[in-house]
Design a protein around this ligand. Structure first.
Ligand SMILES: Cc1cc2nc3c(=O)[nH]c(=O)nc-3n(C[C@H](O)[C@H](O)[C@H](O)COP(=O)(O)OP(=O)(O)OC[C@H]3O[C@@H](n4cnc5c(N)ncnc54)[C@H](O)[C@@H]3O)c2cc1C
Length: 374
């Protein structure tokens, strides 16, 4: 393979570009705006290793967690920027005891976690002044946090050091079907022809991947945008613990300690709109939910409030990591929804293994996996 194009400078596009460059491919990365300007720069950076599970989607998250420390160490070596990873464990609060606590715990233990149930006294020891009604919590040792902004900066530095030609603010890239089953990549007046003929292109444009490829056969990419918002609070968080809980409406929230001493809280999941902007309503919602854990929290404690749009694959099975079914040389890497930060290292490995070595990617990451029951 002579040349690879990667479209999109989020965590997924950068990870794919890096992996291709490591394998000796000449890579050009095209980003319509700024690196990290999409969902990746808006993530809360939680690295949630899932319990044991048989699905390829769970396995992707589990294996990506396993390789994360090595991935960060490699980035630091390649580009010179270290990304601190907090391995802090988590407390999953339960308002009602689960029907079978032993079975639930067993799933985590079988997955190689150190985990145990803790009662109200320990919950209150971890969360000082806790006023909620959770009487039981699952303590899980294997969870972590990275600041997505440091991660993106380190990934960009590593890509540049490996020779990836990164072009930011290039405008929106579009793909068009070309004669003979190949594809043309078009950006402004420029065209890159011959994709499929010694050249590959990877669409990693987050939720906008569907727009970048609109009109290509056989159909529009099955992707939906899902808005998110989160906040950073100036108040200290429970030391070395991510806290996960559900509010009265059954909505899940997470609170995370960060290396800079702030507490991150999120995140809103809303199918409405694709503006990716913060809202007053969102801030109110976040503060209301945060008060379930930290009753005294107020607007003046908010040091940052941000938003982004997640790319959700609209079929069962996980992200879209596959070749474009009808066109040669065109590949897709998107749809990681709420898990793009944790999955990026392993997703990039899988996809580049498929592109360069013809390795199999789990069938459930195919375009039509849901329709085939995968
Ligand atoms: C509030 C929030 C909290 C989150 N928390 C977590 C978390 O704790 N842990 C976790 O693992 N994940 C989390 N996520 C999810 C995670 O952020 C995403 O899954 C991931 O960032 C997706 O990365 P991506 O590279 O596919 O997309 P993006 O980061 O959106 O990158 C796509 C890039 O493509 C560019 N682009 C778009 N169209 C074009 C075009 N036509 N031409 C050129 N460039 C284009 C965009 O400008 C953008 O920079 C969170 C997301 C949000 C919004």
């Amino acid at each position: 393979m002579e040349k690879g194009w990667v479209v999109g400078g989020g965590v997924v596009g950068l990870s794919v570009a890096r992996e291709l460059a490591l394998r000796g491919v000449e890579v050009g990365l095209l980003e319509a705006g700024r690196i990290g300007g999409g969902a990746s720069g808006a993530a809360t950076g939680l690295l949630a290793r899932p319990p044991v599970g048989r699905s390829a989607w769970m396995e992707l998250r589990r294996s990506s967690w396993e390789i994360y420390p090595g991935f960060l160490a490699a980035l630091a070596k390649e580009g010179g920027e270290a990304v601190p990873m907090l391995r802090c464990g988590a407390l999953h609060l339960h308002r009602e005891p689960p029907t079978n606590p032993g079975k639930l715990l067993g799933r985590w233990l079988d997955g190689g976690h150190r985990a145990r149930w803790v009662g109200p006294a320990e919950i209150r020891k971890v969360i000082c002044g806790y006023v909620g009604d959770a009487e039981l919590a699952l303590e899980v040792e294997e969870e972590g946090f990275v600041d997505p902004r440091s991660l993106l900066s380190a990934l960009k530095a590593a890509c540049l050091a490996l020779g990836v030609a990164i072009e930011e603010d290039c405008g929106e890239v579009r793909f068009e079907a070309a004669r003979g089953g190949g594809t043309t990549l078009r950006v402004g007046e420029r065209r890159a022809e011959g994709i499929g003929n010694g050249t590959v292109a990877v669409v990693a444009a987050g939720w906008q991947s569907a727009m970048a490829t609109v009109g290509l056969p056989p159909a529009r990419l099955p992707l939906a945008p899902v808005q998110g918002e989160a906040i950073a609070l100036s108040i200290p968080s429970p030391p070395l613990r991510i806290i996960r809980f559900e509010d009265d409406a059954g909505i899940g929230w997470q609170l995370a300690p960060t290396p800079d001493g702030t507490t991150w809280f999120g995140s809103i999941v809303s199918a409405e709109g694709t503006h990716g902007g913060r809202s007053e309503e969102g801030l109110d919602k976040l503060l209301r939910a945060a008060r379930c854990l930290l009753p005294d929290v107020s607007r003046s404690d908010v040091v940052r409030h941000w938003a982004g749009v997640r790319p959700k694959a609209m079929r069962r099975g996980g992200p879209l990591l596959c070749r474009w079914p009808t066109l040669t040389g065109l590949w897709i890497a998107t749809g990681h929804y709420r898990s793009g930060i944790i999955c990026a290292p392993q997703s990039a490995r899988l996809l580049v293994g498929a592109i360069l070595d013809g390795e199999e990617v789990p069938a459930s990451f195919d375009w039509d996996a849901g329709t085939r029951g995968g």
